[in-house]
Design a protein around this ligand. Structure first.
Ligand code: SIN
Ligand code: CO
Length: 380
């Protein structure tokens, strides 16, 4: 596999993933990027596209958040600023092809494609990320310094996390198509080495333990009644003994409630269901565009004739035979499980050669998703 040079995906996972940095020269030969600085700036002017301009004036850092307009860009000096645009994969079909090269990492771990532009000599300072990231160089050149340092003290008062003391351990200049993989917490500092420098960050999220616990408890709260996980009734105390202090929460009450809470159980099915919903839940800034209304019969007809695509902003994951699309459970009958798994893995589905009953079943499963803009048809 070219992307990892001579490494197989299994070797990469065993030796590098979440373990140590890896520089790959010409991971994507002739890669010049997916968009130019003007197009990136155009995206940063749109609503709901998370974009930032980070500027450095001597030791002073500033961060401005988009959406921007032309005047914001016209005001910028010649250097010492970076434009960062996240979720670029939600807007560029070519980005889906790029991300497909990283399918050796499960989709459940993918966060987004972020693209940066910086004139020569500019960067966002030395920092650590809590993400695994593949930093792929598009146009231009960028100098990267990395360090496994333990000193994570930050510059005080800065609006972004910048390391106070960065001790370079390794340094490279990346050209178009070169790529640097960094596990979380490896300090890095990228400085643009040309006026056309664009860097593509393929980022993989790892939910924080605290966040997962919080979200799972929320999930349990919503699902206890529905699924009747909790088999308790009302608090009962027919054995109530006369208390000396009416204000005291007596041990008997604490014991009863603690027994009641201990009866609250869940199993791996609940956890899988939670993960399916949680991991496919669209980020807050994601807005879907509903499709022009068509009848279900028309949708079935189109399914029989065209390739269906997962919309760029959609997340479809599955666990065993349970499917989750953008935070919602998808009903998938046994006959089309393989087809929908294909849609989830490859983000496209072509069932034109299959029988009419498969078209109907897929239509039953996906019609609402189509109307919501979660799936769409390939043009042409
Ligand atoms: C950049 O592209 O400017 C920065 C990416 C990073 O350091 O994570
Ligand atoms: Co970073």
């Amino acid at each position: 596999m070219q992307l990892l040079n001579n490494l197989t995906p299994a070797q990469f996972l065993a030796d590098y993933w979440q373990k140590k940095p890896l520089l790959i020269r010409q991971a994507i030969p002739n890669f010049k990027g997916l968009l130019n600085p003007n197009e990136l700036a155009g995206l940063a002017c749109e609503d709901n596209v998370p974009a930032r301009i980070i500027q450095q004036k001597k030791d002073q850092w500033t961060v401005k958040y988009g959406p921007f307009d032309e005047a914001d860009f016209a005001k910028l000096p010649k250097r010492d600023w970076t434009l960062l645009v996240q979720n670029v994969n939600h807007y560029l079909p070519e980005a889906a092809d790029l991300l497909a090269l990283f399918s050796f990492i499960p989709h459940a771990r993918l966060d987004d494609l972020m693209v940066s532009y910086a004139p020569a000599g500019s960067g966002i300072g030395a920092h650590v990320d809590s993400y695994d990231v593949f930093l792929l160089q598009g146009a231009g050149k960028r100098n990267w310094k990395i360090s496994a340092q333990n000193d994570l003290n930050l510059v005080e008062g800065a609006p972004l996390k910048i390391l106070q003391n960065f001790e370079t351990e390794q340094e490279w200049t990346l050209q178009a198509g070169d790529m640097l993989y960094l596990p979380p917490q490896v300090a890095h500092w990228g400085v643009s080495a040309s006026d056309d420098c664009m860097t593509y960050s393929i980022g993989f999220r790892a939910a924080k333990r605290q966040e997962l616990t919080h979200e799972f408890l929320n999930y349990l709260q919503d699902h206890l009644e529905q699924d009747n996980v909790r088999a308790d009734g009302l608090y009962a105390d027919a054995d109530l003994a006369l208390q000396k202090h009416p204000a005291e929460i007596c041990d008997n009450m604490v014991k009863k409630v603690s027994l009641m809470l201990q009866s609250l159980t869940w199993d791996t099915n609940n956890v899988a269901d939670f993960l399916g919903q949680y991991l496919t839940e669209p980020k807050l800034d994601v807005v879907f565009t509903p499709a022009p209304k068509i009848s279900k019969a028309e949708f079935t007809k189109r399914l029989a004739a065209k390739t269906l695509l997962l919309s760029l902003k959609s997340q479809l994951l599955f666990t065993h035979n349970g499917f989750y699309l953008n935070g919602e459970k998808l009903v998938v009958p046994a006959e089309i499980i393989e087809a929908i798994k294909h849609l989830a893995d490859k983000r496209y589905l072509n069932i034109t050669a299959l029988q009419a009953n498969i078209h109907t079943l897929c239509s039953d499963s996906l019609f609402e998703a189509y109307l919501a803009g979660y799936v769409c048809f390939k043009h042409g």
